[in-house]
Design a protein around this ligand. Sequence first.
Ligand code: PLP
Length: 447
Amino acid sequence: MSTLSPNDQTDIVAADRAHVWHHLTQHRAFDQADPAVFVEGHGLRLWDIEGREFLDAVSGGVWTVNVGYGRRSIADAVHEQLVKLNYFAASAGSIPGARFAEQLIARMPGMSRVYYSTSGSEANEKVFKMVRQISAQHHGGRKWKILFRERDYHGTTLGTLAACGQPQRSAAYGPFAPGFVEVPHCLEYRSQFPDAARYGEAAADAIEHVIEREGADTIGALCLEPITAGGGVIVPPQGYWQRVQEICRRHDILLHVDEVVCGLGRTGTWFGYQNFGIQPDFVTMAKGVASGYAAIACTVTTEAVFEKFRHADGGELGYFRDISTFGGCLAGPAAALENMRIIEDERLLDNAREMGVVLERELRGLMERHAVIGDVRGLGLFWGIELVADRETRCPLDEALVGRVVGLCRRQGVLIGMTNRSLPGFNNTLCLSPALVVSHAQILQIV
Ligand code: PLP
């Protein structure tokens, strides 16, 4: 809890207001709002600068702090590594880098190589570059296009915004690099294929129609979130993922699964894609890799993809010409190793599954009692609650009212989220993603 004097509190809030440009924030409204300066956390509990206590149901706001706040053992592991060796990049190994890669690959059958960087956007950019390079060196530059899905998000850089299925997030920043092509979303509640007998397969077939339109020989990869996060917490329907994989294999298109949100236990398995029995060619991860204790992201791929860079047209110069300066900072893998040990030893995947069942049951009960809830969907500890003005028409609840729900929860001491303000008419889904250590009592408090 805060031990700052009232004067220090006032000074810090003033400095924040005067000099910090906050992420994803319209400052016109923020400057009038109750200040949020958090100073301490333990488990799911957070304290702000005035000593107010909150229960964090969104793992640091954006699905990140999977093992909860206040983990001294992660801080100790980082400290120990930094005083021994903090950094070296490019063409040199490290003890935590090698160990973490080995541990990660052991949990990802079929995968074999880990490329380190520092953010989800960066990890995804690496895939886009690898795909373009494979096209250049193995397909005469023809297989250069990358498919992405409506409502999905892959990052904040200009490259990843070219693959953004949430138009208002990218609208102000174009024009973008060519060659990124959108495929339809798969949210059954807002079905684009109302007459389909088997919705999952129809939604996957819609991807194939785009492939046929563009020409399979022009497409290098398909990039999808295993479960769409900020675009509305969309768990793909039955049959979807299997069909998507089959379509990719048939057209020789590499499958890239963006696990930046689901990776490291969020859905009760190590990775979201492992719920669907598929085998991707690329997997990217960031947020939960070190639960926010250090900046680390990974681009993971197969030996077959890696081999393409060993045997490229360019010979000695055909290697992956990429670096991430701070991908060589050893705080990342040191924190990630301890984070993984905690998930394993404390059986947090089991807890995520068990508490996920409780959360789902409670949310469905809430839905029975409140007509404003149109749909409840999720998996493990990753849930969305779609609010509607009218259940019959499914007309989305006004965004300002959804924001008020978030504000009211906060006033009662519970931090929840909502889908980002980027889908016109569809910013109506509340998000819950508590840390994997959440207890039964805390689930009840959140609900
Ligand atoms: N991919 C997904 C699915 C995300 O939700 C995010 C961020 O929210 C990113 C990528 C980008 O990650 P970062 O903000 O670390 O660049």
